[in-house]
Design a protein around this ligand. Structure first.
Ligand SMILES: Cc1cc2nc3c(=O)[nH]c(=O)nc-3n(C[C@H](O)[C@H](O)[C@H](O)COP(=O)(O)OP(=O)(O)OC[C@H]3O[C@@H](n4cnc5c(N)ncnc54)[C@H](O)[C@@H]3O)c2cc1C
Length: 404
């Protein structure tokens, strides 16, 4: 772990410019089309795979970048290109992180490559935690996993919802209750391998934004998976449950659950996505303000417009700094004692919503049409304050941390 720096090194700059080229040349021109089609942009995922952008190698390289800035830098560039297409490209990463955070080395080696497929036959993966009655309140989860000792198999039953890539994924990571008495501490994550009987797609949602990304219910009916599909293995689970039972009796400190470990690691990454969308809308608004002439001069020459742009630029930079700090802390193994991961996600997502709305205002009537991209960016930005923990939940996490 080197000294902390806010300067990207030469390798990182090269990767950033390469991603920016893909975002500008491939994603941006296709964004409006896939937004209208509301379908997974398989040809673009395939192109990303051919270039090495959609691959375990690329993701792992960014994930294990010792500065911690690999993932936020990559997310910002891809989401600058287009949020819906970018989520189709990086959605698999959330499931992969679930395995990287909780799985054994063997599980990582077996399942993560199958999540991506290969450049000629691309696959996606889904992370299924949310349920119709368990959104923010993860502890209300009902999907059950029961161990069948005779066969060394787990049997999963329940309905998951809001799953990005749910039902179209090659590999699903499913969080389920193994001990209902322990609330969220009695949860565990399971791999559901490709073509496992009993797993089916329920409703596919029609959404406000990020419409190129597939979001659907996943129904699990007597889904049987081998014992080896329990992430982390049975010994580790039994140990964790025993500890949680002991703590429940004695009222000791909280035990981290599997899904929360995934979210903690991914919140700064979601903040980086929001920074990408915000920056994209800001750049469109800035260009427009410099060229649109009213009352005989570019509208940016009015302080009322220029000050809005000044605030947008400042807030985007502040959001990026919070995201980079949290990502660096996570990589350096520093605990989020003041909920720094949540802070970065909260602030960046709220900035994205605000900045994209301001961009519409600066473009006037044009901003309100689908001739210009800021209308789409504003619809897309609304997701960031909802998924991976709503803004209210982030505030809960932050307030608990600072009130300790
Ligand atoms: C496009 C999209 C993709 C998604 N992808 C995934 C995925 O891949 N995998 C997955 O598992 N989930 C996914 N989700 C689910 C997402 O994480 C949930 O929607 C989110 O956690 C909120 O849950 P909910 O929708 O049930 O809202 P609720 O929890 O019902 O919340 C409704 C409102 O009440 C507020 N609220 C709730 N509790 C409190 C409280 N205690 N104090 C104050 N306010 C509160 C919330 O902030 C919110 O404003 C996705 C969602 C969407 C929309």
């Amino acid at each position: 772990m080197g000294e902390f720096t806010l300067e990207l090194n030469e390798d990182q700059k090269q990767v950033r410019d390469w991603l920016h080229g893909f975002a500008a040349d491939v994603m941006r021109p296709a964004a409006a089309e896939w937004d209208e089609r509301e379908e997974t942009p398989w040809p673009i995922i395939q192109e990303a795979a051919k270039l090495g952008i959609y691959s375990l190698d690329f993701y792992a390289q960014q994930f294990f970048d010792p500065t911690g800035l690999g993932i936020p830098m990559a997310m910002e560039e891809l989401f600058w290109g287009d949020a819906g297409i970018a989520l189709s490209i990086v959605g698999t990463g959330l499931a992969a992180v679930g395995v990287l955070a909780n799985g054994t080395e063997e599980q990582i080696g077996t399942w993560v490559p199958q999540m991506y497929g290969d450049a000629n036959d691309v696959k996606v993966a889904a992370f299924c935690s949310s349920e119709p009655d368990a959104g923010s309140d993860v502890a209300s989860m009902r999907t059950r996993a029961v161990y069948d000792e005779a066969k060394d198999e787990w049997v999963l039953n329940g309905t998951k919802t809001w799953a990005t890539n749910g039902g179209i994924a090659n590999v699903h990571v499913v969080v389920a209750v193994v001990d209902a008495e322990l609330g969220s501490k009695g949860h565990a994550s399971f791999i559901v391998p490709p073509n496992t009987p009993g797993l089916s797609q329920g409703q596919k949602f029609q959404k406000h934004g990020i419409r190129a990304s597939h979001t659907a219910e996943v129904v699990l009916e007597d889904v049987r998976v081998p014992g080896s599909c329990l992430l982390g293995g049975k010994d580790k689970l039994d140990e964790r449950l025993a500890r949680a039972r002991e703590k429940a009796k004695t009222g000791g400190e909280r035990v981290k659950n599997a899904a929360m470990a995934t979210f903690e690691a991914s919140r700064p990454a979601v903040g980086a996505m929001a920074v990408g969308t915000a920056r994209a809308a800001y750049e469109v608004a800035l260009d427009y303000a410099k060229t649109r002439v009213q009352f005989g001069r570019p509208i940016i020459e009015n302080q009322g417009v220029a000050f809005q742009l000044a605030d947008m630029a400042t807030q985007i930079d502040a959001a990026r700094l919070l995201v980079w700090r949290a990502s660096w802390m996570a990589t350096a193994g520093k605990p989020f004692t003041a909920a720094e991961g949540s802070m970065s996600k909260l602030y960046a997502s709220e900035v994205a919503k605000k900045v994209t709305a301001q961009a519409i205002q600066i473009l006037g009537g044009n901003g309100y049409t689908r001739e210009y991209p800021v209308e789409r960016m504003h619809r897309d930005a609304a997701i960031y304050t909802i998924f991976e923990g709503t803004s209210e939940i982030q505030r809960m996490v932050i307030s608990r941390a600072i009130a300790k």
